[in-house]
Design a protein around this ligand. Sequence first.
Ligand SMILES: Nc1nc2c(ncn2[C@@H]2O[C@H](COP(=O)(O)OP(=O)(O)OP(=O)(O)O)[C@@H](O)[C@H]2O)c(=O)[nH]1
Ligand SMILES: [Mg+2]
Length: 570
Amino acid sequence: MRILATAGHVDHGKSTLVRALTGIDPDRWEEERRRGLTIDLGFAHMVLPNGERVSFIDVPGHIRFISNMLAGVGGIHGCLLVVDAREGWMPQTEEHLRILEFVGIRHGVIVLTKVDLCDEDTRDFAILEIRDKVVGTFLADADIVPVSSPSGAGFDDLHTALTQLVHRSESSTNRDAARVFIDRVFAAKGSGTVVTGTLTDGPLAVGDVVVVSPSMLEARIRAIQSLGEAHESIGPGHRVALNLSGVDHSALVRGNVVIRADQWHRTDRVDARLDVLHDLDHPVTRRGAYTVHIGSDEIPARLRVLGAEQISPGARGLVRLHLDRHVPLIPGDRFVVRESGRSETIGGGDILDVDPILPATRARPDRSVERVIAERRIITPDTLRLLTGVEVPATVDHWILSPDELARRSETIRSRVDAAGSPGLDIATCDEVDRSLVTILDDVRIMDGIARRADADDPLVDHPAIARLEQQRCAPESCSDIAPAELRRLARTGVVFESDGVWFHRCALDDAHDAARRLLEMDSEGFSVSQLRETLGITRKHAVPLAGALDARGITRRRGDKRIAGPRLR
Ligand SMILES: Nc1nc2c(ncn2[C@@H]2O[C@H](COP(=O)(O)OP(=O)(O)OP(=O)(O)O)[C@@H](O)[C@H]2O)c(=O)[nH]1
Ligand SMILES: [Mg+2]
């Protein structure tokens, strides 16, 4: 399904065209029909000759109702730009086209209406004028289809153009994070609150618990309809009517957003790229009261230009927007800015950062995920997904560290390990992130909660004395064939250790640790040195220093002549 919005100057025949195409009158209100003027959004749909469904959102052309037009064009796939052949290009033709560009629309058909009311020259002139006006816009190569809505002349060509448009326009992306900007709220007889809108992201299903931003009132989806049909669940890119239980219709208004609470970052401060209209007669500065139009919402806002004093007409710049209320947003969301005082469209663009943390003087936002990580230094994948929509795997345990932070922390750990010397660095003294980081550093090894340098390249590791110590495990002979200084060097990296003047290979400590654990499992009151001696099948000469080594590492604690469990017992 594709959702297309009409656009164009007042009275140019948008609603008449939609009615002629679909058989549904988009002017829903008595006042609209009486005055022959669209005030609010209208909705209609049709099936194209090839079976494809198209939803239409019909917008008002009158400048006074531009807010309603803006509320209608969030989340659409394409447009029908309607131009009256006799009047040609008019101010809201221009303004609507710019707005459609700002909200990111890339496909459309231009419909030349009322050709039954003018001669061929007028019609041809209108076509030339339109071609000229759309140069450089997304409609530069769009079909221009002359029609007469009352007679249906030109509608075959229009159907063909619509079919091609549907093929060209992209379907919505599915981020699995449902969001519906509400455009209508009403109480349906017997079923309570109904809201309608365009489901732009993620699927929704009957029974889902949702919240409505910004009030964060909770509701349950009792039923879903799309184009009049009931659905158990529905994917993005559809017009939906949601029957909500648990929330009164009087508590909701257009612009509210239905989401699942944990899937969206709600923000009242964003950094964004702003394209300023060419024909604006003044630059954009921080002065002025603005409204930001996002989705179907219209939010009072303050604006600050980033990295410059102002943005000139026709130029692109960076801004920080301070919104009057929280909105669930993601980078890439499009918006339009109007100045409330002069009631004019200023420009529009896309959101770059939904949670800027640098002060405005230093902020240089872009869409890069790396920038978000770099500015925060440490972030969890969940938070990063909320802020960017992008999945990045954790690099250290459950954190993502920026390259700088990773380097800085690794260096600090290495120097702390070096400074700790042969006893090594007790990793309990590190913060949570460093405790995980230290386990993945190639040149640091951890044994029993103590970090030491792992000088794997040290040629001494291959010394025959070390191989012998490893073999003899808990009952080593004395080492006369290796210099004490070299043993001490190896001790610094944890390959060997000394206790009561006896040198052991580090594997002896693993054996002693295992023995202690088994003994304490049998008797938690503690064990004696002789029990350790028997368990390991060694003599007192080795059992005493090993018991001492266990105490020194907190694996056991001495109580009288017994060893009881220490804090580092596995
Ligand atoms: N003869 C003729 N009249 C048309 C045609 N299209 C629209 N009209 C008439 O033009 C008038 C305005 O048409 P609407 O469809 O209400 O115009 P609109 O663009 O929806 O106007 P707003 O929504 O108020 O901006 C109506 O009286 C229509 O009957 C056409 O192709 N031929
Ligand atoms: Mg209309």
